[in-house]
Design a protein around this ligand. Structure first.
Ligand code: ASP
Length: 384
């Protein structure tokens, strides 16, 4: 077990090296224990997926996943993440409760998580090897198959809003880099300097990864507090709790929803992998890889090593399996527990919404931050 933990830790610290080792086996098989369902998850999973097929709404969110870090999560850290997830879930559920649509609900939930420095999306994003934030986001409307996405954007406070603007105000599906940043300004979306997205916690994680992979640590971004100085993020936005030092390897955020008209939507937002080469784009903004929604099958948002999700077109594949007759749980489990690890290094998880409003999930990592709520039910939030 010791060798396994050490191996997992090394793998985490050298996450940035994944982009050069993806063609090889990375020896992560020992870390791929699935999240064990607790009693209430078992009860939920036991419901047939066509149960309650009336006009009820439902939503699920995730805040990323990880491995050995979950073994060391203390109660205070768990409580902070629990509160953050509950807040994001409530924002999405509030839209659906008022008969809002699924697209608005997933956007609302993801925006809360983008603003939350605990997660690797929006404020709190990971850094590329030059010490810059390059953020990716996507969303998809299951009713129309309309989709919008952005990659490597640097200044938009809510990248998910920019993805939505691409969907609603251009004939395109995807925009990237400086062009997307310019479009964001032209759309009047909120712009922020690099110091807004910076968090000390994420920077220290980045520094450790750069050092572990023998690379030079770039200077701190302009406008951020000097190393060791007082920082505005010493408290999180929820109140007085200090930001925990806990950092999880996959901190991408996402949401899937079914509205009371029976329409589905999915949204995903991320800062990507720590220490990535500038210009690297993961699965999150790629429609069909990390994000997908169709009223005919399901809505999916993923988190994990993006390169594997891309190769498997994982989100679309889950929905294809559903269309072919598998339950959403079977489909998600097949992709996450069989196809993904078969690629030797494929780690991660998904949240899935069925057309009948069953929110389910599957992960081959030790932990995944996740939460869900269905009309008439209490919110469920899981940090372990
Ligand atoms: N999937 C994301 C990426 O590869 C990373 C994550 O899930 O945290 O960019």
């Amino acid at each position: 077990m010791i060798w396994c933990m050490t191996d997992c830790l090394l793998n985490r610290l050298s996450a940035a090296l994944l982009f050069v080792t993806l063609g090889t086996t990375s020896g992560l098989a020992c870390c791929t224990a699935p999240i064990g369902p607790n009693q209430s998850e078992v009860a939920w999973a036991a419901q047939p997926e066509n149960a309650g097929s009336g006009q009820h709404w439902a939503i699920a969110i995730h805040g990323g996943a990880g491995e050995s870090e979950w073994e060391h999560m203390d109660a205070a850290t768990a409580a902070v993440y629990h509160d953050s997830l509950a807040k994001a879930l409530a924002a999405g559920a509030a839209v659906l409760e008022k008969h809002g649509n699924a697209l608005d609900a997933v956007t609302a939930a993801v925006k809360v998580l983008e603003d939350d420095p605990l997660f690797n999306a929006g404020r709190g994003s990971a850094f590329d090897a030059d010490g810059k934030n390059e953020m990716d986001a996507a969303l998809m409307d299951g009713a129309t198959l309309s989709a919008g996405s952005v990659a490597s954007v640097r200044f938009t406070r809510h990248p998910i809003d920019l993805a939505r603007a691409v969907m609603e105000h251009t004939p395109y599906v995807m925009m990237v880099g400086p062009g997307a940043d310019e479009f964001s300004k032209a759309q009047g979306l909120e712009q922020e300097p690099p110091s807004f997205f910076f968090t000390e916690m994420r920077w220290q994680e980045f520094v450790a990864i750069m050092k572990a992979s023998g690379r030079t640590v770039p200077p701190r971004p302009a406008g951020v507090p000097a190393a060791g100085g007082a920082s505005s993020e010493s408290r999180n936005e929820l109140g007085t709790l200090p930001l925990p030092s806990f950092s999880h390897r996959f901190g991408t955020v996402g949401a899937v929803a079914r509205d009371s008209d029976g329409h589905l939507a999915a949204a995903t937002s991320t800062g990507g992998m720590q220490g990535k080469l500038p210009g690297r784009v993961g699965d999150s903004p790629l429609i069909g890889a990390g994000t997908y929604a169709s009223d005919k099958s399901c809505a999916v948002s993923g988190t994990g090593v993006g390169e594997y999700f891309i190769r498997l077109t994982l989100a679309r594949e889950v929905c294809t399996l559903v269309q072919e007759g598998k339950s959403a749980q079977q489909a998600a489990d097949q992709m996450i527990h069989s196809e993904l690890p078969a690629l030797k290094g494929g780690e991660g998880g998904v949240i899935v919404m069925t057309p009948n409003g069953q929110p389910i999930w599957s992960s081959n990592t030790l932990g995944m931050f996740r939460a869900r709520q269905s009309e008439g039910s209490e919110p469920e939030v899981y940090v372990k």
